[in-house]
Design a protein around this ligand. Sequence first.
Ligand code: FE2
Length: 290
Amino acid sequence: MGRLLDDAQIAAFDRDGVLAIEGFVGPEALAELRQRANDIVDAWEPTAAATVFTTEDQQRRSNDEFLSSGGRIWCFLEEGAVDAEGHLTRDKSLAVNKIGHAQHDLDDVFERFSYTDDLAGVASDIGLSDAVALQSMYIFKQPGIGGEVSCHQDVTFLYTDPLSVTGFWFAVEDATLDNGCLWAAPGRHRDPLRRQFRRRGDNDAGTEFVDLDPTPLPAAPDDLVPLEVPAGTLVVLDGRLPHWSDVNRSPKSRHAYTLHCISAGADYPDWNWLQRGEDMPLRRLDRSDR
Ligand code: FE2
């Protein structure tokens, strides 16, 4: 496979733990993905017990939908879109926080978008030549209510031994300071892993954070830099790089699609929150296993 990145880009990723590649995806592919995400929400019937997504420690609803979403397509709601009785306070098209976490393997449009030679090439260029696609999220970041994602390292949520998770974050729409763009701490991908998010046992026992290292995460936003990028940009994130995004207080949405990949050769413990059935093995980005 030919090289996708030049030496300067590879050196920048090694130095910073983050790399933005503008124009990685064309407008047609973005429009198709956006339409498909909207169609999935249209077809979805929210229930009273629908899952609210938040990364705040005490508020994460570790319910069955969340813990089984590693092998499904599920819609998660914004916290600000549900009243005390669990009813939606707005149309569902403006209430969904994200779609997750296996649409890259269960939906044709998401599959086509995810498994490309270009993306496999980028992964290979940064040292992940045996990348398998673990988790997909379509994030809506709704106007006015799109929630904050607190500062974290992706390796907290997707642990492998050795560490290998890499985030591929696609701007489906322009990401700006106003609508809640990503922020990151370049160079801090050499930091230690702070904590792990683990299943306690079976689904009913829920999940917990296990602290490993007391080094504080960078403070948001002071210790971070904003990654304002136009639609079509691919942002590659080292799994140890602390990153954050703010509430979207603007009238514009900020759709993004993320695909988290790990090394096929790394061990993926069964206490990771995200699991899928043995009938749905992870697949290689470069499609060499097909
Ligand atoms: Fe993340």
